[in-house]
Design a protein around this ligand. Structure first.
Ligand code: RNT
Ligand code: ZN
Length: 420
């Protein structure tokens, strides 16, 4: 069905065309680029396989009512989010979100594809792929804050078995959905205070990840990643999976991708600058997109400067098909459906805005050392009528462009969330 083109969009399109930007082409392109929506925003990173607290150096704060506590509730909430967000989506599932039926239960080392059948059905009905994450936290077998790097062999072995089970489940997701599955390994392993041995835990971590990846899988279907971190809460002095560790691991292990979470660096470091650096060497990389406020606080993603800059780098490097993009934040202090939606829409805005930036022209100014003009143009672009392009994109995708989408959330809160 053809979409009526508003006067506003027509005028904006002309203005962009003068800079050599084809906004229709940008919209067509973005429509088909999948962004992974993390299931864990919906229940404060708890999952369905335990009733203990969230551990691993990460924390949700807030106690907004209406949290999903069953698979049915979480899937219904995700559906609401999907209906309010433009663009192509993928699901991002954590192993602790296994859905057990008829009173059955399997510990993390014994998880099987069948425990994720409901997720596959949900994804297939909506034409989505699935990404996956072993859950190395919130579990009694985390010994003294350590999993894959533990000095205790039995502990390491348990978590290696968990990782291998997740490789098999990732392969199942890819085979079922026909879309490659990004499987991300992150552990909060580390020490609160100054350790006496930094290399020992890292050597054990390295060998454990190698053991996990010795599980056979099809490299075209499963994309294992290693995610780094600078520190976690209660783990301030040492993190086994530091930036250098994970980056070097990925660089030296065929088929393993580095995953950068932009909340996991020192506060003045920016992932926008790291994206093009990694793309010089890695055929593919992965991202966790979040907003850290002073620390890895996992605030809801907004359409702010660094978010825009990250999207710009992906687009400018012509790397939309080389960067796996996943959202990773969790705010429990506001309506969770709204948190999810604002974050997803923000990343869509950032990508669309990047696609509507006259990148070729700006690069030319840089290469010709016309840096005065480059600054002028970069500033002028900031006030282009991007809102009109965004509105049109939302219309093309069949979702509400303006703030009225929040009416839907208010209604859902009244009719569904407040009854929980
Ligand atoms: C934690 C990491 C990790 C988690 C998810 C839930 O600091 O960012 O990616 O957020 O696995
Ligand atoms: Zn992350």
């Amino acid at each position: 069905m053809a979409i009526a083109v508003s006067k506003g969009y027509e005028l904006a399109r002309e203005q962009y065309a003068k800079l050599g930007v084809d906004t229709d082409a940008a919209i067509e392109k973005l429509k088909n680029i999948p962004v992974s929506l993390h299931c864990w925003q919906g229940d404060d990173v708890i999952g369905f396989d335990h009733d203990g607290p969230l551990t691993g150096g990460i924390q949700t704060t807030g106690n907004y009512p209406g949290k999903a506590t069953t698979p049915e509730q979480l899937l219904a909430d995700m559906d609401k989010v999907l209906s309010l967000c433009p663009g192509a989506k993928k699901l991002n599932v954590h192993a602790c979100y296994a859905i057990f039926e008829d009173g059955e239960y399997a510990d993390r080392d014994k998880l099987e594809p069948k425990h994720f059948k409901k997720w596959v059905e949900f994804a297939k009905e909506r034409n989505m792929g699935i990404d996956f994450n072993p859950t190395f936290f919130s579990h009694p077998k985390v010994k003294d804050g350590l999993t894959l790097s533990s000095p205790d062999k039995a502990t390491r072995d348990f978590w290696i078995e968990h990782g291998k089970a997740c490789v098999r489940i990732s392969q199942y997701f890819a085979e079922e959905t026909g879309v490659p599955c990004v499987m991300n390994i992150w552990t909060g392993d580390g020490y609160k205070d100054i350790p006496a041995d930094r290399m020992g835990p890292r050597m054990r971590y390295k060998e454990s990840i190698e053991a996990i990846l010795s599980e056979p899988f099809d490299k075209n279907l499963v994309k294992p990643c290693v995610e780094s971190k600078v520190f976690g809460i209660g783990v301030e002095s040492f993190t086994a999976g530091s930036a250098e560790f994970t980056l070097t691991f990925a660089a030296t292990h065929d088929g393993c991708l580095p995953l950068m979470d932009n909340g996991h660096y020192h506060p003045t470091e920016v992932v926008s600058d790291k994206i093009p650096a990694l793309l010089c060497f890695f055929p593919e990389i992965a991202l966790h997109i979040t907003r850290g406020v002073r620390w890895d606080s996992d605030h809801v993603l907004l359409f702010d400067d660094e978010t825009k800059e990250m999207a710009k780098e992906i687009v400018r490097c012509d790397a939309l098909d080389r960067v796996y993009m996943a959202l990773d934040y969790f705010d429990a202090s506001i309506n969770r459906i709204s948190a999810w939606t604002v974050g997803f829409r923000s990343w869509q805005k950032a990508l669309l805005s990047a696609l509507c930036t006259p990148n070729a022209m700006l690069k030319k100014l840089q290469d010709e050392n016309r840096l005065t003009e480059l600054m002028v143009m970069q500033e002028e672009i900031k006030t282009m009528p991007f809102g009109e392009i965004w509105n049109h994109y939302c219309e093309v995708c069949g979702v509400t462009a303006g703030p009225e989408w929040f009416d839907e959330i208010r209604k859902y809160e009244d009719e569904v969330l407040s009854k929980r």
